[in-house]
Design a protein around this ligand. Sequence first.
Ligand SMILES: [Zn+2]
Length: 366
Amino acid sequence: MPSWRQMASFTDVDRAGDLVIPPDAVTIDAAGATVVSGIRDNHVHPVFGDFTPRQNTVGWIDACLHGGVTTMYSAGEPHLPGRPSDPTGVKVLAILAHRSFAKARLSGVKVHAGAVLLEQGLVEADFDDLAAAGCRLVGEAGISGITNPADAARMVRWAQARGMKVMVHTGGASIPGISVIGPDFVAEVRPDITGHVNGGSTSLSLSDVARILDESDACVKIVHNGNITMLGKIVGIVHELGELDRLVAGTDCPAGSGVQPLGMLRVMASAASLGGIDCPTAMAIATGNVAQLHDDPNGRIPSERRQTCSSWTRRSGHRRTQPWPPSRSPTPSPLPSLLSRVGWLSPKAGTRRRLPEISGGLTRPP
Ligand SMILES: [Zn+2]
């Protein structure tokens, strides 16, 4: 069984004629399958190791690898029993989680953890310490001790000035003691990522999502653990507004609703089947769009290399350097056009517009 690193290096193929096959190369018969980047779950809540105390579940990260996920981004580590909420405690927890997952590559999955949750008493120097320790994420603003948007915005500016990516919780309250968060909070806090706009678990309305797209530069995220009907409708309006480059996907697991090893595949399938986007676009919101958000050059199959992917066969042990589509195909394969569109989505300048009227979704109490 090849390791994740060996499989990742498979994408480093060069022009077919220049391909140098290392003697220890792993031979994989792709059998005509589409080559895509590993899936990136933009919303997980890890704690330590491949264990979540939220569901007393061992091996959830390994199970998600089975669902194609090779990279995860923490939205905070709130499930640690006795999670500290004092400034020193939250800072130490974030640094420890970051250092732990950076060193322990569980089942080969890269978990970007150490997403500090904002608490009263944090000062700008704390963000110097977090950045110096390698922490690059701020967990869901709004689910911890900072619920006032002005206070959150002050800390978010400190974090973003140090290159950290900030997420806000949106929708209904998922934890006792927090409040409903909508576009007004997002507009004031100005995060990089608007978390689970289709609910975690109560969705924003479509009008709320349209306001976020219009009034902020934040990405909008759809998740498995939300309202799937609203997921489809939200994908539809993001598409119609020409903002698909700002759409990313996650699971929001582990959570009260459990862990979903194939959750990212279900989000992609729901986005395509209910949101009216094609399969390459659904792949892009779970791969290249997420990488782009985090300034990661990976997460896509470079278009200039797509012609160099070779078909391999175990039977002969030799590389077959046939161009796409393989000559054995009875009909031309749609693969080249699909691969050229898998990756990330470019902003379509001039296509942004507001829908004249958007209805649907759940209304929230004032
Ligand atoms: Zn949340």
